[in-house]
Design a protein around this ligand. Structure first.
Ligand SMILES: [Zn+2]
Length: 286
């Protein structure tokens, strides 16, 4: 999970800009009339987000007597997000925020959409609140849909509020099979609370990250097997270890807990892999 700076605009700006693009005067006025309600919701969200208590926010089936959950969903989709609308630039600011366009929830796939962290069907008052809108890939977006957290531990990570820090916490386990079998494990950092540790594990399960990273790691190893054979032939296990160490340090410098950082650290530290295991990848053409 990648931490993101929250959007630089608040719900007041989101609603005023959105309303300016609505041609139905009644609908535009209803939206503006809802401002005090959604401002209060945003204040509550700002209070509970930093302490990981967003699950405590009570759902509702309407924003105001005039704006049902269905109408708020329509306002989001047909007005706030619509291409060519005045508010589209705000939506794009959220969608385009991550570095290289990578989804902050998996740090692997490309952002395709904007996810409501607390879902719009249960929380129509949060529908246009910028800090409830998180860029996501379509896989993470779909995987997240099913769950509604009723306890702190069951909340997926929130990129604007949760920061996992730079202490190493993603590690691999290598099984001495042919080809080598890699699995990814969350090893809670000392700085994490028990609840945060449980949430990271929960996030990994919901987003399927262990499986995703294992598949990526298998492909990465297939990519490097030829060069490892060359290094091994000329420099032996010591050369392999040094080569993997350079790869590790380069990944670590950018992200202390990417799957690549974990992979190269684990391969470097495995005596079995540096001596024999690298020869068992055997997926290159020979
Ligand atoms: Zn994702």
């Amino acid at each position: 999970m990648k931490h993101l700076d929250p959007p630089t605009f608040n719900v007041t700006q989101a609603i005023e800009v959105c309303a300016s693009g609505i041609t139905d005067p009644d609908r535009a006025q209803w939206l503006l009339d809802a401002l005090p309600v959604v401002q209060a919701s945003e204040a509550e969200y700002r209070e509970l987000g930093p302490t990981g208590q967003l699950f405590e926010i009570v759902g509702s089936d309407a924003v105001t007597p005039q704006i049902s959950a269905t109408l708020m969903g329509e306002i989001y989709k047909r007005h706030f997000v619509r291409k060519g609308s005045p508010s589209r630039a705000l939506y794009e600011q959220i969608r385009m925020a991550p570095e290289f366009g990578l989804c902050p929830l998996c740090a692997q796939r490309i952002v395709a959409t904007v996810d409501h962290y607390l879902p719009q069907t249960r929380h129509p008052k949060l529908n246009l609140i910028p800090i409830n809108l998180v860029p996501a890939c379509s896989d993470c977006n779909k995987r997240k849909l099913a769950g509604v957290a009723t306890r702190a531990e069951d909340q997926t990570l929130h990129p604007y509020f949760d920061n996992l820090g730079n202490e190493r916490w993603l590690v691999i386990d290598i099984q001495a099979t042919s080809p080598p079998t890699i699995s990814f494990i969350v090893r809670p950092a000392a700085a994490w609370s028990d609840v945060l540790a449980a949430r990271v594990q929960h996030h990994f399960r919901v987003m399927g990250l262990s499986e995703l990273y294992a598949a990526q790691a298998a492909s990465e190893m297939a990519d490097i097997s030829y060069s490892l054979d060359e290094v091994g032939a000329s420099s032996g296990p010591t050369g392999i270890r040094q080569h993997l160490d350079v790869q590790f340090r380069s990944r670590y410098a950018r992200d202390a807990n990417s799957w690549k950082t974990a992979l190269y650290e684990g391969l470097r530290d495995s005596v079995w892999f540096c001596t024999d295991g690298y020869r068992l990848i055997r997926t290159h053409l020979s």
